[in-house]
Design a protein around this ligand. Structure first.
Ligand SMILES: Nc1nc2c(ncn2[C@@H]2O[C@H](COP(=O)(O)OP(=O)(O)OP(=O)(O)O)[C@@H](O)[C@H]2O)c(=O)[nH]1
Ligand SMILES: [Mg+2]
Length: 49
């Protein structure tokens, strides 16, 4: 099992990267769990599995 932390300044593309990376992992037969640690998050994108 791998754990990847994505950190960066506000608006630097963290959510976009995580969403795209997770979709790629799912498409390549990896199981993925995503946890958003931002206490001020207002929008969490979904992706097709
Ligand atoms: N040009 C460009 N824009 C990007 C890239 N990645 C994300 N964006 C845009 O940058 C903006 C912020 O992206 P988010 O993924 O919401 O960034 P974030 O770091 O999660 O932002 P916060 O959660 O608000 O801190 C959005 O309008 C994205 O479409 C990229 O690689 N290139
Ligand atoms: Mg974000």
């Amino acid at each position: 099992m791998f754990t990847v932390f994505i950190v960066g300044t506000a608006g630097s593309g963290k959510t976009t990267l995580v969403s795209t990376f997770a979709e790629w992992l799912e498409n390549n037969q990896y199981d993925v769990a995503i946890v958003n640690l931002d206490p001020a998050v207002e929008y969490v994108p979904t992706y097709q599995i």
